[in-house]
Design a protein. Sequence first.
Lengths: 213, 313
Amino acid sequence: MNFSSAIYLTSAAVLITAFYIQGQRYLISAIRGQLVQSTIIAAIAFILAYTENSIDLLILGILLFFLRGVLITYLLAARVPMKKAYYFESGINVPYLFLVDLVFMVVSVFILYSIAFSGLVPVTLPDSPQDLLFPLLLFFQGLFLITSRRSTFTQIVGYVEEENALVLFAMFLLPVPIVIEASVFLDVLALVVISSVITVEKVNHEQMEELRG
Amino acid sequence: MITLIEETLTQFLFVIFLSPLFAGIFARIKAMVESRKGPSIFQPYYDIFKLLRKDTLIPENSSFLFRYVPYVAFGVYCIIALIIPVVIPEPIIFTASADFLGGAILFSLAAFLKMAAAMDSGSNFTAMGVSRLMSFNVLGEGALITVFIAVSLITGTNNPYVTNAFLVSHPSANLTLVHVFATVAFFMIFLYETGKIPLESAGMQELGMIDEGLNYEYSGKLLAINKWSSYIKQYLLGAVLLNVFLFPWWLTASSPGFLLDIPIMIGKFVLLILIVMVIETTLAKVRLFKVLDYLAVAFTFSILFLLLSEVIP
């Protein structure tokens, strides 16, 4: 097995974790799913660091693992209300969510990928430009996770998923400059602050309540 | 030509006459795992012979659909037995009459006919079973057809025999991501269509009654035919799972050698039974309204497979 197929397989695993989070009712399981996803993306960063011989990607992988994998998971899990293991979001219709998710995937594959990205050749993955598809799919799933849920925790997980997608996209497309690492760091810092404040304020967000005076 | 006729007869008779045996082996092994004595492996044959001798009762308000559809559905499954590689890995006489997608649509046709005939009886239990089956089949049949379409994208042909030969001659193709996705999706659909335990649809318990709901008003000869065609359906789906997805090797097509396919197919099917047995005896039954979640996962896998095989070669 060569490295491009290893990256291909791990990227597909990222996609499966995204579906797992999407269909998950229990908050703590969704947060742990995010831990697995971030760890897999850190593993992709390590594989790329090895093939590209780049210290930047190595640092990125370590940052991803400790900040997203460990720190955010710990902070979110600590704030899930009492009876943690049994705390779940009601009213989730898995078949509907998966079908809409699939529609998103079809849109992202057949419109965005075949039109907007067809000419792109990633620098880090010159042999397999089609791998750029995975971050794209992950991005759409993160967006849909935010719109489809009311729980603040799941929305934050959706936001982390989007950030993961951006990092994955950046890793595949370009050799990583230190700017991206810094942005990851700042993102996570901001995310930790925001998530701590928001989750303390309220656990669920209803659709229109932010618009009330 | 004579070899071709022999092969056709072998495959057809094998499917028709040995498919109840696999149901018997399944019940027997399950009983052994559960520390029961269990019925003989020939029990499905005894059941069929017993029912064939019994009188047939027909509901007063039913029409010709109720009486003739069991025979038509049986015939549809017999046609499927001739067009997909369930025993012989080479095309036989009637193979050219339909492709892989045709096979999938014939499965759907048989399911539809059975539901129409069951509704014709006017029973409340039947209506309950049919309404459940209809709401599940939205995703179940969809995933079945999608997997069958998608498997043709690997080889660029819609002929399951070519797919089988391709997978045998390219062992690495069995490990590609798209193939693995398709196999997982089809295995989930296989468990659903045959009513195995995570979503048990057989059995007379009202809470999970689906298949028995369709047969509720049938009796005697018609019930025997219905049971027999469901055994054939189970064998056909299992054989497709084995020969096109999970384990395509070991079948031969040379002139006297094809007789060896009979013990080999029995052995392969027993292997599949053992795999299913592990799942049956370790998992609990999911609640009825969770079956759609399960099918949504299978459908998602099959669509993912379609997308990936289209974009990523």
